[in-house]
Design a protein around this ligand. Structure first.
Ligand code: SF4
Ligand code: SF4
Ligand code: SF4
Length: 148
C-alpha cells in the first residue's frame, strides 16, 4: 500500500513537472497539479493543456505509456510566452487583479497603482477579465525582456 502511494505521488510529480505551470485552468482543472493528479488516476487524457501544446501532450503520453495525440485545440490556442503589464495611468487600484492571479505575481495596495512582477507572471490571462477598467495588457515575454 505504502509503495503504491509512493508510486502514485512519484507519477503525479513527474506529470506535474512536464506541465508548463501556467496555472491558467484551460485543462478544466484549477491548476497544473490537479490536472496531473487526474491524469495519474486515468481520469483525464493527455491532450488538455494548450500552453504545453503538441510537444507537451507527447511528453505526457510518453510518461503514462499511452498513445500520443495532439492537444485539444478546442481548449485554446498554443501561444508563445507572454506576460501581463499594467497600464499605469489607467489603474484605479481596485486589487481585483491580485485576487485573480494564481501565482501572486501582482503587487500593489488598495487605491494604488498595481504592478506585475514579470519573472513570476505565467501569462495565464486570468487577471485580464478581472480588471474593471481593462488596463492590463499582455505582451510577448521577449518584448518585455528587451525593454527591461
Ligand atoms: S492548461 Fe496546462 S498550464 Fe493551464 S493549468 Fe492546465 S495544465 Fe496548467
Ligand atoms: S499577472 Fe495576470 S497573466 Fe500574470 S500570472 Fe498573474 S493573473 Fe496570470
Ligand atoms: S484590476 Fe486593474 S484597475 Fe484594479 S488594481 Fe488591477 S490593474 Fe489596477
Amino acid at each position: 500500500m505504502r509503495n503504491d502511494e509512493d508510486g502514485g505521488l512519484a507519477l503525479i510529480e513527474r506529470l506535474d513537472r512536464l506541465l508548463p505551470q501556467t496555472q491558467c485552468g484551460q485543462c478544466g482543472y484549477p491548476g497544473c497539479r490537479p490536472y496531473a493528479e487526474a491524469m495519474s488516476r486515468s481520469e483525464a487524457g493527455v491532450d488538455h493543456c494548450p500552453p504545453g501544446g503538441d510537444a507537451g501532450a507527447r511528453a505526457l503520453a510518453h510518461a503514462l505509456g499511452v498513445p500520443a495525440r495532439p492537444y485539444d485545440r478546442s481548449r485554446g490556442a498554443h501561444k508563445p510566452p507572454q506576460v501581463a503589464v499594467v497600464v499605469e495611468a489607467d489603474c484605479i487600484g481596485c486589487t481585483k487583479c491580485i485576487q485573480a492571479c494564481p501565482v501572486d505575481a501582482i503587487i500593489g495596495g488598495a487605491k494604488h497603482m498595481h504592478v506585475v512582477i514579470e519573472p513570476l507572471c505565467t501569462g495565464c490571462e486570468l487577471c485580464l477579465p478581472a480588471c474593471p477598467v481593462d488596463c492590463i495588457v499582455l505582451l510577448p515575454a521577449t518584448a518585455v525582456e528587451a525593454t527591461a
